[in-house]
Design a binder for this molecule. Structure first.
Ligand code: SF4
Length: 419
């Protein structure tokens, strides 16, 4: 196989992989016409985070963009007229090793269209990982996409060689899936997720007894949802994400704003704006649910089915629940401190620690690093300094927005003019 053909395949299959957001920098293109420093050739180098939180560069590619399915939202779907390519197993192994030796990458992110059937495809993905580990003695990071519908046996084997496994559910609800990916069944995603969860639990338990038990998917499993291709509300999406976190011990759920690339009457129009801001608000909510002790019901409910775009979800919750505030920074418990806009979890721990030694005032809070311009509407350090009891939620919001450095300020400029 000529170098040129491998390069061509790499270009096609790295470009096709860029729609998977867990490594979002892949497939970008930037030319270097004036002999400047560096260029980005779109050859699928992206970044991800390992089990211990290190950022690593990965070769991010598809094994093939041939696919027997016709998911409406996917550029790779079988009815789409695009250039197709497929790597041989050994080609992916050689590319990974060569790139690794040249210090371009620290690992591999390998996904695939489905050719023939789920098991046929999954077997090849596993074979790549197996060859890298056993024949090439490769100890870099490997993230394998699990093919929906793959057998338990292959899922078990995949986790023995990969650091992370992921099955993309793509569409957050069953009804959306039926509309846009009628070839796929909900169970096709659930079964491999369940298998991975069980294997992780079993291997961890055995490792405590027998130290030599091999590790199984040590970086856990993740999934991705496409946002905005169907009409789900933010509440539907976050309930769905919570289900996957709880039921399958997901390490991460990724939210990928739908990118309109295909004409299809079932999809939003091609010129629909990519909902980057909505995607960000979903990530912020996800963070509040996982680390700040919020429930979905508190943030999204019957009277609030979509997240505000102009303010973050914690501020939105606080403004809808002003009766909880102000809280006394010197007496409030951890749960309530974490609910104050402008106070992150690290600051919460610093406040709790500092309170053991002294009564805190505004100077102390500034030194701790809390965002006073937001927090001071919701807290007291001593009774005289809370002045917002007279202010309506909209007024507090406008004042906060006015002093905000948010890159999204253009989205709420019209509100600032109201005050
Ligand atoms: S199965 Fe995957 S690759 Fe194939 S069309 Fe559906 S989303 Fe695209």
């Amino acid at each position: 196989m000529s170098f040129e053909r491998i390069r061509e395949k790499l270009s096609i299959l790295a470009d096709a992989a860029k729609y998977d957001v867990s490594c979002a920098s892949s497939g970008g293109k930037r030319n270097n016409p004036k002999k400047g420093l560096g260029n980005n050739t779109g050859m699928g180098i992206c970044h991800s985070y390992t089990e211990d939180g290190r950022c690593v560069s990965l070769l991010k590619i598809l094994l093939t963009n041939h696919c027997i399915y016709d998911c409406a939202y996917c550029i790779t779907r079988k009815s789409n007229d695009i250039q197709r390519a497929a790597f041989k197993i050994q080609e992916v192994v050689d590319l990974t090793i060569n790139f690794y030796r040249r210090n371009y990458i620290e690992g591999l992110f390998l996904s695939s269209g489905i050719f023939k059937n789920a098991d046929f495809t999954m077997e090849r993905l596993v074979e790549v990982a197996k060859k890298l580990r056993l024949e090439e003695n490769f100890n870099g990071y490997i993230h394998l996409k699990s093919i929906p519908g793959a057998s338990d046996e292959l899922m078990r084997e995949a986790g023995l060689y990969a650091d992370r496994l992921s099955v993309n559910i793509e569409i957050p609800t069953k009804s959306g899936l039926k509309l846009l990916a009628p070839d796929k069944k909900h169970e096709d995603f659930i079964k491999p997720m369940q298998k991975v969860k069980e294997e992780i639990i079993q291997h961890r338990a055995e490792q405590k007894i027998i130290k030599s038990t091999p590790r199984y998917a040590p970086a856990g499993q993740s999934t991705q949802m496409i946002i905005g291709a169907t009409g789900e509300s933010d509440r539907d999406i976050m309930y769905s994400a919570t289900f996957y976190y709880k039921k399958f011990n997901m390490r991460r759920v990724y939210y990928s704003g739908y990118i309109p690339v295909l004409e299809d009457s079932r999809l939003p129009a091609i010129d629909t704006e990519v909902p980057i801001l909505r995607e960000n608000r979903l990530y912020q909510t996800d963070w509040l649910l996982r680390f700040y002790g919020f429930s979905v019901e508190e943030i999204l409910n019957d009277s609030h089915t979509h997240l505000d775009l102009d303010i973050d979800p914690k501020l939105s919750w606080a403004l809808r629940n002003l009766h909880f505030f102000p809280i006394d920074i010197n007496r409030a418990d951890k749960r309530m401190l974490a609910r104050v806009p402008g106070i992150g979890m690290q600051s919460v721990y610093k406040i709790l620690e500092a309170r053991k030694f002294r009564k805190l005032n505004w100077t102390h809070l500034k030194a701790i690093g809390i965002a006073n311009n937001r927090a001071h509407y919701f807290i007291t350090c001593d009774s005289k300094d809370f002045y917002s009891q007279e202010l309506a939620p909209d007024e507090i919001k406008a004042r906060i927005l006015k002093n905000s450095n948010s890159k999204y300020k253009k989205y709420f400029n019209h509100q600032l003019r109201l005050f």
